[in-house]
Design a protein around this ligand. Structure first.
Ligand SMILES: O=C(O)CCC(=O)C(=O)O
Ligand SMILES: [Fe+2]
Length: 247
């Protein structure tokens, strides 16, 4: 943990030229060693946590094993310089992460999460502790039993803040999870196809909380339905079977 934080600090203290000199397409270069070790350790932890989550849902601990192995891992190292007017600025706007699990290592307070009453709470920094956040994919997979947390990053007037966010997203949900996803989204008034479109939009625009995606989709759906007078699934369907049986 400390190695990764130190590497991030060292990196952001470099000049632009020095930063450029470290650019490479080889993720195994020695310069990446400390961060690479951290990424590996965080990935191991994420996989263990996914097992616990699946077990808590009454599923096999190895559920989605292959999809997780083949899924994507992104490590974002965020640097928020000190801001003279922190009440007027945000380091990162409110969003939920689109993957399953994110592990955050923050150098100082700044991460805030939103509760049901839409109040913001600061996540304390506890020496040696990491923050685990659930993302949209887990909310969808668990049919809403687990909630994707809406969070944001505030800035500080005196000191620069660093955070390392290690994200994990399973590749493609298998059929059973897709059914759950489809039902969940349908309950919210959104088709899976439209969700995937919106997910792409979210990726392109970096972040959009799930609730916001649903809202945007509903707005669009209203417009499309009016325009074409077609039933919900026909207007936005993706060929996903409406009835599937399991053994
Ligand atoms: O800086 C933080 O604590 C939050 C970072 C974050 O939410 C992200 O990278 O997705
Ligand atoms: Fe995030």
């Amino acid at each position: 943990m400390n190695d990764a934080s130190d590497s991030a600090t060292e990196f952001f203290n470099l000049s632009s030229e020095e930063k450029m000199s470290l650019a490479s397409s080889n993720v195994h270069e020695p310069v990446r060693e400390k961060m690479g070790n951290y990424a590996k350790a965080a990935y191991k932890l994420q996989k263990q946590l996914m097992k616990v989550v699946f077990e808590s849902l009454g599923l096999n601990a190895n559920y989605l094993h292959d999809e997780i192995e083949k899924g994507s891992q992104v490590m974002a190292v965020n640097c928020y310089p000190a801001c003279p007017e922190p009440h007027l600025a945000l380091g990162m706007p409110p969003h939920s992460d689109y993957g399953s699990l994110t592990i955050i290592n923050q150098s100082s307070t700044g991460l805030q999460i939103m509760d049901h009453g839409k109040n913001w709470h600061s996540v304390p920094v506890i020496e040696g502790a990491l923050v685990v956040q659930l993302g949209d994919q887990l909310e969808i997979m668990s049919n809403g039993q687990y909630k994707s947390v809406i969070h944001r990053a505030t800035v500080n007037s005196e000191k620069k803040r660093l955070s390392i966010a290690k994200r994990l997203k399973a590749l493609e949900l298998p059929l059973q999870a897709k059914i759950a996803e489809q039902n969940y989204l349908l309950n919210k008034g959104i088709t899976r196809f439209a969700h995937s479109q919106l997910e792409r939009l979210a990726l392109a625009h970096e972040y959009l909380p799930l609730e916001r995606l649903v809202f945007v989709q509903k707005e669009r759906l209203g417009a499309v339905e009016k325009e074409r007078s077609l039933p919900f699934d026909v207007a936005w369907g993706d060929g996903f079977p409406s009835e599937v049986t399991f053994e």
